[in-house]
Design a protein around this ligand. Structure first.
Ligand SMILES: Cc1ncc(COP(=O)(O)O)c(C=O)c1O
Length: 458
């Protein structure tokens, strides 16, 4: 390792506290220092070339070098590096981005607000629901339902809504207004002999039970990722969204589709909502909106909700919500360029083309002794690792099998993410078939390496 890399690591260990990290491990081993990237590859401080099989954090859609995005940022920085969107002020790029997003949005969205992260988009949505429910004379409709293992962000409200126990522990969370319904992992939780459709019906019945127990008149909305990402790349079972939406309609409960990961092509359609037939009332997006070249997010919703916002704004005199960098001109310019590129390269067509090879290769690993289930769509695939696939017996969590595979994959030059014993594989959307072959070969090698260790323990 060269002197620069050593200095960076020393600086980082001395002062930088890392989010979502094992702090003890950081103190003892230091960080993995990534120095640069190109295409689907990232490079660490030891000069190792690694295929990014997790798109950074599910956000680097166009890879790590893109002159057009860079130039869009520079042009905008030279023209107008900042302009507030508070106090009835605007600038051309954010107006254009709003129109562009609404033109492409699913399910009749007509209004958009901007923020800097997925968390802020979802947090804004929660506030808007509370705000507008007072305008509708239903101030008691404050409860928001998420799912066990769902993920919607890390503000106090959005992490409360997320079903991630390690993000609640010691923080005194979740807040009481946030409830969680079942995780629709068919493979893990179906009863013997139960079909996917039947399982989905049971999930919806459980959901209805929760709504009735809480009181339907107190429930504002259900927030859900079309396919669960941070909870382990979990695709919904057959019939799930049809059944869940029937319950929502029955009790007049709103649906927010969290498209922070699924949006912009990941699932082989522009939106995950299109892949699985969701008809949301609100849509949040972030990450690939700017291809991860600038932090920006958006919350879209329908005119009906906007009408209630106007009512309250009239009464109070202003709509009292917003962030300094909402609709940042550079973020808007970079996002517009990203959307242009998506059109020009036919992003959805590209994902559909290469996902054939991607999913074929993924499914070819299904009979590996560590792998119990492979399920994916587009460039988004989850792998369940189990001690006994048939009996659905998990490994002892202390064996950290997922982490072992992740580490072996890194050694072989592939970044994969382990979520417990589920592996999430979601490369940049510009990946080509040769790179897919190399990545999946490395994945398979990592499974073999891990199996050699695990077999000896069994
Ligand atoms: C589905 C989903 N929603 C929301 C978020 C939060 O986004 P951010 O980290 O930009 O706040 C994430 C982050 O991974 C996510 O996966």
């Amino acid at each position: 390792m060269n002197a620069d890399a050593l200095r960076s690591i020393k600086q980082d260990m001395a002062h930088h506290v890392h989010p979502q990290s094992n702090l003890r491990q950081h103190a003892e081993q230091g960080p993995l220092m990534i120095t640069h990237g190109k295409g689907v590859f990232i490079y660490d401080s030891e000069g190792r070339e690694i295929i990014d099989g997790f798109s950074g954090l599910g956000c680097v859609s166009l890879g790590y070098n893109n002159e057009r995005l860079v130039n869009a940022a520079i042009r905008q920085m030279n023209t107008l590096p900042f302009a507030p969107t508070f106090y009835n002020r605007s600038h051309p790029r954010v107006a254009e981005l709003g129109e562009r997003l609404i033109d492409m949005a699913p399910s009749g969205m007509n209004r958009v607000m901007f923020q800097c992260s997925g968390s802020e988009a979802n947090d804004t949505a929660i506030k808007l629901l509370w705000y507008t429910n007072t305008a509708r004379g239903e101030p008691q409709r404050r409860k928001i339902i998420g799912r066990v293992r769902g993920y919607h962000g890390n503000t106090i409200a959005t992490v409360s809504l997320s079903g991630q126990p390690h993000m609640h522990a010691k923080f005194g969370l979740p807040l009481p207004e946030f409830k969680h319904t079942e995780l629709p992992n068919y493979y893990r939780f179906h009863i013997d002999g139960e079909s996917e459709e039947e399982f989905s019906g049971r999930m919806a019945a459980k959901f209805e039970e929760l709504i009735l127990a809480e009181g339907p008149e107190t429930v504002a909305a259900f927030f859900a990722e079309p396919a669960i990402s941070g909870g382990g790349a979990l695709m919904p079972p057959e019939g799930y969204w049809r059944e869940m939406q029937a319950v929502l309609r029955k009790y007049d409960i709103k649906l927010l589709a969290d498209e922070v990961v699924c949006g912009f092509g990941r699932t082989g359609n522009m939106w995950g909502s299109q892949t699985w037939g969701l008809e949301p009332d609100m849509v949040s997006c972030a990450k690939a909106l700017s291809a991860a070249f600038f932090p920006i997010s958006a919350l879209m919703f329908k005119d009906a909700l906007y009408a209630d916002m106007i009512k309250n704004s009239d009464e109070v005199g202003t709509f009292g919500h917003g962030y300094t960098y909402a609709g940042h001109p550079v973020g808007a310019a970079v996002s517009l360029e990203a959307l242009d590129i998506y059109d020009e390269i036919d992003l959805v067509g590209q994902v559909r083309r290469v996902s054939k090879r991607f999913l074929e290769n993924c499914h070819a690993m299904a009979d590996h002794p560590l792998v119990a289930e492979v399920r994916g769509v587009g460039l988004f695939c989850g792998f369940e690792l189990m001690k006994d696939a048939k009996a659905r017996e998990p490994f002892d969590p202390a064996w950290k099998v997922g982490e072992l595979v992740q580490n072996f994959a890194h050694d072989r030059g592939l970044y994969l993410r382990a979520i417990g014993d589920r592996m999430s594989f979601m490369p940049p959307l510009i990946i080509n078939e040769d790179e897919i072959d190399i990545a999946t070969e490395r994945f398979k090698g990592a499974l073999d390496d891990a199996w050699a260790v695990i077999k000896a323990k069994m």
